[in-house]
Design a protein around this ligand. Structure first.
Ligand code: KMH
Ligand code: ZN
Length: 308
């Protein structure tokens, strides 16, 4: 089997600061987490920002500037900026930092969907910030809006105009058909790097049969023109990405989607998850790809063309 891409998503917008003391929040914390993850073997860093005081997910360029230039200077990792931001943000807000930074890669969510986080309220905890509980509670009426018009706008502004390539986030079978639609419109070109997303309430569940079926349909729709990677939320992270690695796919870890390293045990860092999956995939006989391997494989524009 060929080389494997490890992506690490450092902080995201799903978890809140009270859930783990290890979730990176400030610019220096996110930069440190990124350096460690890259050293441990992550070729791609998937990036969101947070307000350093409140820990809330943030779309502000100033907050991205707290860590993006450091990571660009001090690592060779491919920097992949989220265009999903947080489902509570407008698309204009979500795009502000990626448009300014023009990264080599950006995430692109392939459909409008529910994004329900309120089950996480079930666990009793001491909340550090006033915003956390209402934020989670409100997700029972939250629409994560990614219409075809939104998708086309991101493809044009970031892809055509700024040369970014995409991590196509597919939470459901329907999203693969939306991706095919954009391929048919000529707005994207292969190879397509497709992230299968499992375990978000609103998307497909973390059942192994779903992964097999996603691969079967992606083979049918894209033939040899795609690579797939897997992320799974919460405790399904390691089992499902191990399955992906055994099937020849790629993997994403990180505290954005799972705070644990084993059942009931918080990961102390993003790098701990990277190191764990690295050990697993190497035992499966896969070689971890370097950032430059990834640049060549995905046809990225190069780090020197990022405005960081
Ligand atoms: N945390 C993932 C389930 C994005 O940043 O565009 C969703 C995600 C979306 O990573
Ligand atoms: Zn993300």
């Amino acid at each position: 089997m060929s080389g494997i891409i490890i992506t690490c998503a450092l902080t995201g917008s799903i978890h809140t600061p009270s859930m783990s003391p290890h979730l990176p929040i400030t610019g220096p914390q996110i930069a440190q987490a990124g350096r460690e993850a890259a050293d441990a073997g992550a070729a791609i860093l998937h990036l969101h920002a947070r307000d350093p005081v409140t820990g809330q997910p943030s779309a502000k360029l100033a907050h991205f500037n707290g860590f993006v230039p450091v990571l660009a200077r001090e690592t060779n990792a491919v920097l992949n900026l989220s265009t999903g931001g947080s489902a509570v943000m407008s698309l204009d807000d979500r795009l502000a930092a990626p448009l300014a930074i023009a990264p080599e890669m950006a995430s692109l969510n392939m459909g409008t969907m529910n994004f329900a986080l309120y089950p996480m309220l079930g666990k009793d905890r001491d909340w550090l910030h006033d915003w956390e509980k209402p934020f989670l509670k409100g997700t029972d009426d939250l629409v994560f809006k990614n219409t075809p018009r939104d998708i086309a706008r991101i493809l044009t502004r970031l892809g055509t105009e700024r040369g970014a390539r995409f991590e196509f986030e597919c939470y459901d079978l329907s999203h693969l058909y939306m991706l095919r639609h954009f391929a048919d419109r000529g707005l994207i070109r292969p190879p397509y790097f497709i992230q299968f997303v499992f375990g978000v309430l609103g998307g497909m569940g973390p059942d192994p049969e779903n992964l097999s079926h996603m691969v079967r349909i992606a083979d049918k729709l894209f033939g040899g023109d795609y690579l797939f990677s897997v992320l799974a939320a919460g405790r399904f992270q390691m089992p499902l990405i191990t399955m992906a690695a055994a099937m020849g796919g790629h993997v994403r870890v990180g505290l954005e989607d799972s705070l644990t390293i084993a059942r009931g045990q918080l990961a102390r860092s993003n790098a701990e998850q990277v190191a764990r999956i690295r050990e697993i995939v190497e035992r499966l006989g896969r070689d971890v790809m370097s950032p430059d391997d990834v640049r060549a494989r995905l046809g990225l524009k190069g780090a020197e063309r990022v405005h960081a």
